[in-house]
Write a protein that binds this ligand. Structure first.
Ligand code: PLP
Length: 388
């Protein structure tokens, strides 16, 4: 952040979400050209950040959308995404949400159970609207990430069981309004070990073959998302290496010439473009610990409390460095104001000696930050600052 932006933030109401739009545009360009090289398609995972201003930037760059609710479909269309580039996932789609997908003639329903497929079939029939289907297959690949964001193992609730696939094909074949367009996979989130994606490719190859042998030459393979970012060094690696990621699929996927490859990326697009900006309310010097109590907490950024996620915490105020004569650093438990012990952004964080009113940045908060904010404790509305 530049000095003049920090100066502007000094006068702003906190907590606020700061979004770096030039960095977002650059990230989108880098991701898109890396994907274009192999003719791959990217759907931005709306659930990572559905701020309308962000969505307009993403849709303007020609990305598709990956939605997990009817309202996400409606919002993404309102913010410029083309319905024919929208995919719709989720284990619990309601009838109303399915109808939104059908009426907008979205690219595909990523179907997660036999029963869901039956309901989509009934509604498609009733309204005489075509439902394009991608079957979500659980690849049983370990994402080697936090177990709350692992989705591709047999014990997870996501995807269709292997023994139900024949039944799914029967249902689709028997309904003139249903069309099988593809296979869908997603193994989890914040995956930093690219070997996980290699294992995914090998599983996808097997399934692609399995369907082909049964007469289904599906046009679409959707590999999901999950590419992780570097939370420790948000400045050194502001944009993840999309080229390596896509190259790996190019290397290990066996694709028939007409097959399209799709991805659903959320975190890797938006995480580093957002920062939660907060103020130090109080310093509490304890016997064993020092606490820096912020005006932002788990109600603004839930990830640390929900999955013990790490976010880099930094001091922003530069008037601080001008005024203070020592370079002394102190360890703080940086905590929020909410009445929960899990409301903690970091333990033993080494920071310059803080004082009331200092501005604090919680970095890489662009993905799964604002969207998970809540009114618990009847918190005030979030504020925003968009760097243009
Ligand atoms: C959450 C999710 C994504 C996006 O995951 P990221 O880790 O943010 O890239 C993609 N596809 C599905 C089905 C998801 O549930």
């Amino acid at each position: 952040m530049t000095k003049d932006i920090i100066k502007e933030l000094e006068g702003a109401q906190t907590p606020l979400y700061y979004y770096d739009l030039p960095l977002l545009r650059e990230t989108l360009s880098v991701a898109k050209s890396a994907a274009d090289r192999f003719g791959y398609h990217i759907h931005y995972a709306i659930k990572a950040n559905n701020n309308p201003r962000i969505l307009r930037e993403v849709s303007a760059k020609g990305f598709g959308a990956d939605c997990v609710s009817g309202l996400e479909i409606e919002r993404s269309i309102a913010e410029g995404f083309n319905p024919s580039d929208i995919v719709f996932a989720g284990v619990g789609k309601t009838d109303r949400e399915i109808l939104i997908g059908l009426e907008n003639q979205i690219m595909s329903f990523n179907v997660e159970s036999v029963q869901e497929l039956e309901v989509i079939g009934e509604l498609a029939n009733k309204h005489q609207l075509k439902g394009r289907i991608a079957l979500r297959i659980n690849p049983n690949v370990d994402a080697k990430t936090h177990h709350y964001i692992t989705t591709g193992l047999d014990e997870n609730k996501f995807g269709i069981m292997k023994h139900e696939l024949s039944k799914c094909i029967e249902i689709i074949n028997a309904n003139e309004y249903l069309e099988l367009i593809g296979l869908h996979f997603h193994v989890g989130s914040q995956i930093t070990d690219l070997n996980v994606f290699k294992s995914l490719c090998l599983k996808v190859n097997e399934w692609n073959e399995w369907f082909y042998e049964r007469g289904h030459d599906v046009p679409v393979l959707n590999l999901g998302g999950g590419l992780g970012i570097n939370y420790s060094e948000p400045d050194e690696e502001a944009i993840v290496n999309f080229s390596n990621f896509f190259y790996l699929f190019h290397e290990f996927l066996t694709v028939r010439s007409h097959q399209q490859i799709h991805f659903e990326l959320g975190r890797s697009i938006i995480a580093n473009c957002g920062t939660l900006v907060s103020r130090v309310l109080y310093i509490k010097e304890g016997i064993k610990k020092n606490f820096a109590i912020l005006d932002a907490g788990m109600t603004e950024l839930l990830r640390p409390a929900l999955y013990q996620a790490y976010h880099k915490v930094e001091l922003l105020s530069d008037k601080h460095t001008e005024e203070s004569d020592t370079k002394e650093e102190v360890k703080y438990d940086v905590v929020g104001p909410i009445c929960e012990s899990s409301d903690c952004f970091g333990k033993d964080v080494l920071l310059p000696r803080l004082k009331r009113g200092d501005l604090i940045a919680v970095r890489s908060a662009g993905a799964y930050g604002e969207v998970m904010s809540s009114r618990y404790n009847l918190r005030q509305e979030l504020e925003y600052f968009f760097k243009e």
